[in-house]
Design a protein around this ligand. Structure first.
Ligand code: SF4
Ligand code: MG
Length: 344
């Protein structure tokens, strides 16, 4: 059984107008019908441009955002239907690591207080001695000295603060940690260290992750399975290797073509796929395929008919599950359908 099963999840935020008499004039459809599954011990990478709904989805899974409709089954229990109190109890098993370690750590609390809070709230490690022992263990696991306990967040570097954030999440021994842009605020030299740390913790504890990132390189490094989001929806999903080897959705192709090749001596012969226009407003998404206003392969059918997330028949004949929401993914891959713009 999967650890997490998100089913047709929607998070719509009302757009209000009026100061004295407030009325709703529309909705921002931040997350608009997302279905995905995460297995125990798996890392699910969620990628897409900022504003595509990744963070909102992550927060909605933890019920930090109000769910408009749909289900979030965690170990078979629908979190969307839990009372606030039952949800609070479930949070021990579902933790979050945030992008900005400074903003997510209380500057007035020393590290011992930060790390103890969850343990106390969930009635774990009763008594100061037992708790200290756990804290020393978790600090050791994230590579910080035990003398860190009496220090405050501002005394640490950005990378160290993110280690504290990870320690805070892992000390509760959760089954799933949602990491929202865990390394995007860090120097490139520190990013790999933090990603390696997440992997080590996973090997040791079997925790599953959802790693949210706009940077495809980050997700490639760490994810087993990847979902690509565009305007509140998952438009492609596959095993990480598969997705990077054979991206099927035009949006994924464009994201990939923008990633620089790692070796500067290797000639980059990939086709650059340039997107037209800006990301449309999630309050008023385009008809048919939401990507049609920017897709270089768009046809008439794309403007009227919504493409469902369906099985993709990869060119290589790979049988691994690969899903795409595009009417023409196979025709694009085989070259039957040509790009409708000047190649840059
Ligand atoms: Fe492009 Fe049409 Fe595929 Fe949408 S359905 S991604 S517009 S080709
Ligand atoms: Mg975000």
């Amino acid at each position: 059984m999967s650890l997490l099963k998100v089913e047709d999840l929607k998070v719509h935020f009302p757009i209000k107008k009026g100061i004295l008499i407030e009325r709703t004039i529309g909705h921002v459809r931040a997350v608009d019908g997302v279905t995905l599954e995460v297995e125990p011990g798996q890392t699910y990478g969620l990628v897409g441009e900022s504003g595509c709904g990744k963070s909102t989805l992550g927060r909605a899974i933890l019920r930090l955002n109000e769910i408009t409709s749909g289900h979030v089954y965690f170990d078979g229990v629908d979190l969307a239907a839990l009372s606030t109190e039952d949800m609070r109890k479930s949070r021990q098993r579902l933790q979050m690591v945030f992008q900005d370690p400074m903003g997510s750590l209380d500057p007035r609390q020393c590290v011992e207080e930060i790390l103890s809070e969850g343990l106390i709230a969930h009635g774990l490690a009763k008594g100061k001695v037992a708790r200290r022992k756990m804290l020393h263990g978790v600090l050791d696991a994230v590579g910080l000295p035990s003398t860190s306990l009496t220090r405050y967040p501002h005394e640490f570097s950005g990378g160290q603060r993110q280690r504290i954030g990870i320690a805070r999440a892992t000390v509760l021994r959760p089954d799933l940690i949602i990491c929202d842009e865990p390394v995007s605020a860090l120097d490139v030299s520190i990013q790999a260290q933090v990603l390696n740390l997440l992997e080590e913790i996973q090997e040791e504890t079997g925790v599953a992750y959802i790693v949210i990132a706009h940077d495809l390189a980050v997700v490639r490094h760490i994810a087993d399975k990847v979902g690509v989001m565009y305007l509140g929806q998952v438009v492609e999903e596959a095993d990480s290797d598969m997705l990077y080897a054979e991206p099927a959705h035009p949006y994924t192709r464009s994201l990939m073509s923008a990633v620089p090749v790692p070796d500067p001596d290797v000639e980059d012969r990939r086709e650059r796929i340039l997107l037209q226009g800006d990301l449309p407003s999630p309050a008023n998404p385009p008809s048919g395929c939401r990507f049609h206003t920017r897709c270089p392969w768009a046809q008439d059918r794309c403007r009227t008919e919504v493409p469902l997330l369906r099985s993709y028949k990869a060119q290589s004949g790979q049988a691994a599950p690969h899903k795409v929401a595009c009417h023409f993914a196979e025709d694009i891959a085989s070259g039957t359908l040509e790009i409708q713009q000047d190649k840059a």
